[in-house]
Design a protein around this ligand. Structure first.
Ligand code: FAD
Ligand code: SF4
Length: 487
């Protein structure tokens, strides 16, 4: 039974972010600690709704009102059990998820003020951090072994979630990762200030102790052939992500100083890992333009400020969204509205409704400016506003306009998998690709998405692989390949 008056007596509250001038001098996470009694008060705001719309927002089907009430009652150990029942990695989602659950919380129903939702994500991260520090997160190796083997290609959140589920179900699981470290975008895409990598390493330690095997620096399709994968393992799960970055083929693109975001972010993360003294692509002392207004762009923004950029502009072709939920995206759907993450608070200017005409170079072949034009949407297409051309000086341009899909050359071509109309690896309703015994999950099948979807897909695909190997499965299937976000 929840606190019947919690939401009336307590306002939504989140932990403070560390002061900007201090935090941009280091790479640590931006949030201050939050006292346990304050998080219990936040959990006590949950109304335990008859129809908990938060469940519909979350693809994992997290049992949100249950663990909210357990936290309110100070039963943190029971809370982590309920949280782990649906989410392998709450320490990732609790830090990184944009929280569609909060967008669909009944307490955020007021369109004039959507800020009342229960602080679900904060409760989540406090539960798992407490569980780790209390020693409640222990390895759960299987009690019975199936004798069947599975290769998981890719160690992002989808591959890791699937591997953990399948290992615990008793299968011999090997994760093949072509990078030198595990974690996919959690490792080399997302910067340390959003999630310190110690959280990833701690979870990988649990997985190793449970019996999951990992092979890093192993490019499936090259170091292990497609044929070898199919013959050496009883099933293969493809979780290689959607790694092909969207480029901008405007005149001048060949100039030096213009990079895809995923050329820029990984070496910066490698400096933090101690692999490099300094990054070969640094924003230090430069005027930086980031093209693309999403998560990746915000990560470039926070990274550029920490590297010492003199000025940063972030460009977005779409018009500025409204401050509050737009009427076209009513509660409980994911709202179209202005979002300002911690990186935006640290500086930089956002410019909306502009398009890049061309990149301008200096005598040495290095970018010196970007030529822009205002655009407006007419009949669903962007049209240039004549007479609005202008130049924005810069020495570094970062392209953060999303990803077009999975890399086809190599493994996918050699396996002969088919692709869907959006260019992603096609799966049937049981997560199987057009090649028998080969399954696909995460961004590789869904296209560029979110960590919470990758984990949900990894869990559901694991159930399908388990059923393929043994004839049945008791593993949960939170989503189907065709499941869409609440809209
Ligand atoms: C910069 C950036 C920031 C983001 N921030 C957020 C955020 O804050 N919150 C959020 O929810 N989402 C965020 N996202 C999206 C999120 O990271 C992805 O949706 C998620 O990581 C997808 O998981 P995945 O397991 O499908 O693939 P990935 O994380 O991309 O992992 C795929 C892995 O497969 C490996 N691989 C590929 N091919 C092979 C092969 N042939 N052999 C061996 N290994 C292979 C790759 O090296 C990679 O390690 C962000 C994305 C980017 C790019
Ligand atoms: S919708 Fe909000 S208030 Fe209702 S159960 Fe979910 S978290 Fe609690």
């Amino acid at each position: 039974m929840p606190d019947p008056k919690g939401f009336l007596t307590t306002n939504r509250e989140l932990p403070q972010r560390r002061p900007v001038d201090i935090r941009i001098q280091d790479w640590r996470e931006v949030y201050e600690d939050f006292a346990p009694e304050r998080i219990r008060a936040q959990a006590g705001r949950c109304m335990d709704c008859g129809i908990p719309f938060c469940h519909h927002g979350c693809p994992l089907g997290n049992l949100i009102p249950e663990w909210n009430d357990l936290v309110r009652r100070d039963d943190w150990q029971a809370a982590i059990e309920r949280l782990h029942a649906t989410n392998n990695f709450p320490e990732f989602t609790g830090r990184l998820c944009p929280a569609p659950c909060e967008a669909s919380c009944v307490l955020g129903i007021n369109p004039e003020d959507t800020s009342g939702a229960v602080a679900i994500k904060q409760v989540e991260v406090e539960i798992i951090d407490r569980a780790f520090s209390e020693g409640w997160v222990t390895p759960q190796p299987p009690t019975v072994r199936s004798g069947r083997s599975v290769a998981v290609v890719g160690s992002g959140p989808a591959g890791l979630a699937a591997a953990q589920q399948l290992t615990r179900a008793g299968h011999d699981v090997t994760v093949l990762e072509r990078a030198d470290r595990l974690g996919g975008l959690l490792r080399y895409g997302i910067p340390e200030f959003k999630m310190e990598k110690r959280h990833l390493d701690r979870r990988l330690g649990q997985m190793r102790a449970e019996g999951t095997r990992f092979r890093t620096s192993c490019d499936a399709g090259a170091d292990v052939s497609a044929e070898e994968l199919r013959t050496s393992y009883d099933a293969v799960l493809l979780a290689g992500g959607a790694t092909v970055g969207r480029d901008l083929p405007a005149p001048g693109r060949e100039l030096a100083g213009i990079h895809l975001a995923m050329e820029y972010l990984p070496p910066s993360n490698r400096v933090r890992e101690g692999d490099l003294e300094s990054t070969p692509i640094s924003a230090d002392g430069k005027r930086v333009v980031i093209i693309g207004g999403g998560d990746t762009g915000a990560d470039c923004l926070g990274t550029a400020h920490r590297q010492g950029a003199t000025v940063v502009h972030q460009l977005e072709i779409l018009p500025a969204p409204p401050e509050q939920r737009d009427g076209s995206t009513p509660w409980p759907t994911w709202p179209l509205m202005m979002r300002a993450g911690s990186a935006h608070e640290e500086g930089g200017e956002r410019i909306f409704a502009v398009n890049t005409e061309r990149f301008l170079g200096d005598a040495t072949g290095h970018v010196r400016a970007i030529a822009l034009v205002d655009v407006t949407m007419v009949g669903g297409r962007f049209e240039k506003v004549e007479g609005t051309e202008w130049e924005l000086p810069c020495e570094l341009v970062l392209l953060a306009m999303g990803f077009t899909g999975a890399e086809r050359e190599g493994l996918l071509t050699d396996l002969g998998v088919e692709f869907d109309s959006r260019g992603n690896v096609a799966r049937d309703a049981g997560w199987q690709t057009s090649v028998p015994g080969v399954f696909a999950a995460g961004d590789m099948g869904r296209g560029q998405s979110l960590i919470v979807w990758a984990i949900a897909e990894g869990r559901a695909a694991a159930a399908a692989v388990d059923a393929h190997l043994t004839g049945h499965s008791a593993l949960p299937r939170p989503v189907a390949p065709a499941t869409l976000a609440l809209r």
